[in-house]
Design a protein around this ligand. Structure first.
Ligand code: NAI
Length: 454
């Protein structure tokens, strides 16, 4: 069977690419080995946000007294949370299926393997059926990194160690949860399991949590977690996983943490095994498929988008990368820009950022100014966040007075950050933002407040 485009992988890059391709009239085949929607919809972005929302509601009820709301016997029913999570996932996967159908995309379930090229195009095999595509979009995503720590593989086999996949279906809340890695997944899961009643300890190799996040913000986040009772072992490296404990090393000394479950979340890596890249000679860089700013690989009409290109590992980046690929395939020149991609950590409080941090701007030699304002300048924030200690930082370059970075900690940050991304993407200057009207009272006004301090 012949197609204008074959897409391997049905995650955000794959399904959105397929929808866009179908929409512009390309005869498109989408191949997915596991679930439509990929990691994001089935075992990442969406299920975790569903769980975290239940935890937020629970926390609001438990600590409602601060707001004059006294609830009685509040219980957290993890089983019901899981049932609802599965329903949300089913609904959204159904939505994707419908969208693909609307755009006349054919979907094949199975493992797609590239087997070569003929005069008609690239050949991809699923079970014993061979499909031919004039173009290919590889969107096979990423998987958790499993480091060679003694006992880890064994722990995974026994169900003592979990990845982001298994932890989302854990039937009971573990009494003691040890999380290896204090990055995005580790922190979101620490937030949920801490609210749900686990004793959570996060072991992080670096001297700070939340990776590249602005350091002042990651410190505020750390303090918020510690106040809730989450333990952190920073500058600590896990050296061994035993049957019911994790051993880590700090400053040459070994310590043991008892655990009922362990989550491994030390990063993700592109999935390229077994998909036959070598049969046509797709160039890789480390484990990532090498692409240019138009999403093209080294081969004509072969594109790659999403986590498999190793650039950003975010679902929203994958969406845009897929669109860039489809546009370029169909003769519309389009390029991918990475300077204004927002990043959010859906903890409570939320962290959101876009653009340069003081650290990255400094490294690039950009001369900049920073406004650093307390979220307490926002009336809405004060009304809704008793005792909140959020901040918002805005970076502008000294030469052109353009906005180059915005970083926030405080609730609703996840919903506000796209506005800041637009300011950076459209190269707005301080005076342009000063002329904008923000709705009052909203937490978004914090940007206006910060801008007038510059
Ligand atoms: P990550 O890269 O965010 O964090 C991994 C952390 O583990 C880092 O802080 C690192 O220093 C630490 N680490 C590495 N090796 C270690 C070791 N041996 N012992 C202790 N700590 C160690 O990776 P994570 O959390 O696994 O997330 C993977 C990807 O998924 C991220 O790239 C992220 O972009 C994406 N993601 C995004 C979300 C969002 O946008 N809200 C939510 C969840 C995941």
């Amino acid at each position: 069977m012949s197609y204008d485009l074959i897409i391997i992988g049905g995650g955000p890059a794959g399904y959105l690419g397929a929808e866009r391709a179908g929409h512009v009239g390309l005869k498109t085949l989408l191949i997915e080995k596991r679930f439509l929607g990929g990691v994001c919809l089935n075992e990442g972005c969406i299920p975790t946000k569903t769980l975290l929302n239940s935890a937020k509601i629970y926390d609001k009820a438990r600590y409602g007294e601060k707001y004059g709301v006294l609830a009685g016997d509040i219980k957290f029913d993890h089983q019901k949370v899981l049932t609802r999570k599965n329903k949300v996932v089913r609904t959204l996967v159904g939505g994707i299926r419908a969208q693909l159908k609307r755009n006349k995309v054919e979907v094949v379930e199975g493992f797609g393997k590239i087997i070569g090229k003929s005069s008609k195009g690239y050949q991809v095999k699923v079970y014993d059926q061979t499909y031919t595509g004039k173009r290919l979009l590889i969107a096979t995503g990423s998987q958790p990194i499993i480091p060679p720590i003694p006992g880890l593989e064994d722990g995974l086999k026994k169900g003592f160690v979990l990845t982001n996949r298994e932890i989302l279906d854990l039937k009971t809340i573990p009494e003691r949860l040890v999380i290896i890695g204090g990055g995005v997944i580790g922190l979101e899961m620490a937030s949920y399991f801490n609210s749900a009643g686990s004793e959570v300890t996060v072991v992080e190799m670096l001297d700070h949590i939340a990776g590249e996040t602005d350091r002042e913000i990651s410190n505020i986040l750390l303090k918020n977690y510690q106040k809730k009772g989450v333990e952190f072992k920073l500058n600590s490296k896990v050296v061994r996983v035993n049957d019911s404990s994790v051993v880590y090393e700090d400053d040459g000394q070994e310590y043991t943490l008892k655990a009922d479950k362990v989550l491994i979340s030390i990063g993700r890596t592109p999935v390229i095994e077994g998909i036959g890249l070598e049969t046509i000679g797709v160039e890789t860089e480390g484990r990532a498929i090498k692409v240019d700013e138009r999403g093209r690989t080294n081969l004509p009409e072969v594109y790659a988008a999403g986590d498999v290109n190793g650039k950003s590992l975010l679902a929203h980046t994958a969406y845009r990368e897929a669109e860039v690929c489809i546009n370029n395939m169909t003769g519309k020149r389009d390029i991918m820009r990475y300077n204004a991609i927002p990043a959010v950590i859906y903890t409570n409080p939320e962290v959101a950022s876009v653009g340069e941090t003081e650290e990255t701007a400094g490294k690039k030699g950009i001369e900049f100014e920073v406004a650093n304002v307390s979220m307490r300048y926002s009336g809405r924030y004060v009304a809704e966040n008793e005792g909140g200690d959020g901040i918002c930082k805005i970076l502008v370059d000294k030469k052109h007075r353009k906005i180059i970075g915005v970083h926030m900690i405080g609730n609703y940050a996840s919903e506000i950050i796209y506005g800041a991304a637009m300011m950076i993407e459209t190269e707005m200057r301080v005076k342009d933002v000063q002329e904008l009207v923000f709705p009052h009272p909203t937490v978004s006004e914090i940007i206006r407040e910060g801008i007038f301090q510059l």
